[in-house]
Design a binder for this molecule. Structure first.
Ligand code: C5P
Ligand code: MG
Length: 216
C-alpha cells in the first residue's frame, strides 16, 4: 500500500505555529511579521469565527458553543479550515509561508496536522503571566464584541490553555522546536525580540560599518 502522504512538502511550504495564552499578542505580532517578512497569517480562531457566521455552515452552532466555553473545537473542523485557507493562498499566488496563529491547541491537532498537512519549522511561543493576559483581555472586551472576552470565559480559557495547550508547547520544546518570547513586554519590545528570530531565519545579518572599514 502506498504510504499516506501529507498535503504539502516542507521544502515548498513553511509553517510556523504561533502559540501562547489568550491575549498574549499572537495576532498583533503576526500582523507585524506578515508586513515585514511576507508571510500569510492564518488565525485558527478567526477562521472558526468566520465559519461560525457563514450562512449554511453545518458547524455554526457547534463552533459558537465551543468558543463560548473556551473549549477546543474538534480538530477535523479546524484542520479542514486551515488546509483550505493554505490552498487558497497558494492558488492566489501568495508566498507559501504561513503563520498559523492559535493552533495547535491540543496534542491531537498537532499530530494530525503535521502528518496530514505539513511539518512545522518551529513554534513561536509568546509567554505571558495570567495576570497580564487577564488585564489585556478585559481591555479588549470593551471593543472586541467577542462572546469569550468576559471574566467567566477567560477563566475557562486559562484552564484549557494550562491543561491542554501548554503540553503541546512542551512537546515541541522537547524536540527543540520552540522559540520563546517574553510577551510581558510592550508591543514594540516584543516585536524587537520577534525580529531577531526572523532576521536569523532569513539570515538578514546586519553588518556594521566598522567591520567593513576597520582594518584591524
Ligand atoms: O485564538 P483565539 O483566542 O481566537 O481562539 C478563540 C477560541 O476558538 C478558543 O478559545 C477555542 O474555543 C477556539 N479554537 C479552537 N481551536 C483552535 C483555535 C481556537 O477550538 N486551534
Ligand atoms: Mg487571536
Amino acid at each position: 500500500m502506498a504510504p499516506i502522504t501529507s498535503a504539502f512538502d516542507p521544502k515548498d511550504v513553511t509553517v510556523i505555529f504561533v502559540l501562547g495564552g489568550p491575549g498574549a499578542g499572537k495576532g498583533t505580532q503576526c500582523e507585524n511579521i506578515k508586513r515585514d517578512y511576507d508571510f500569510v497569517h492564518l488565525s485558527a480562531g478567526d477562521l472558526l469565527r468566520e465559519e461560525q457566521k457563514r450562512e449554511g455552515s453545518q458547524y455554526g452552532e457547534l463552533i459558537q458553543n465551543y468558543i463560548r466555553e473556551g473549549l477546543i473545537v474538534p480538530m477535523e473542523v479546524t484542520i479542514a479550515l486551515l488546509e483550505n485557507a493554505m490552498k487558497e493562498a497558494i492558488a492566489a499566488g501568495k508566498k507559501a509561508r504561513f503563520l498559523i496563529d492559535g493552533f495547535p491547541r491540543k496534542m491531537d491537532q498537532a499530530e494530525k496536522f503535521e502528518e496530514a498537512v505539513v511539518e512545522c519549522k518551529f513554534v513561536l511561543y509568546f509567554n505571558c503571566t495570567e495576570e497580564t493576559l487577564k488585564q489585556r483581555l478585559l481591555k479588549r472586551a470593551e471593543t472586541s464584541g467577542r462572546v469569550d472576552d468576559n471574566e467567566e470565559s477567560i477563566l475557562k480559557r486559562f484552564r484549557v490553555f494550562k491543561d491542554t495547550s501548554k503540553p503541546v508547547i512542551d512537546a515541541f520544546a522537547a524536540k527543540n522546536k520552540v522559540r520563546e518570547i517574553n510577551a510581558e513586554q510592550s508591543i514594540e519590545a516584543v516585536y524587537n525580540d520577534v525580529k531577531k528570530i526572523f532576521d536569523d531565519l532569513f539570515q538578514m545579518h546586519t553588518y556594521h560599518y566598522f567591520t567593513l572599514l576597520d582594518p584591524y
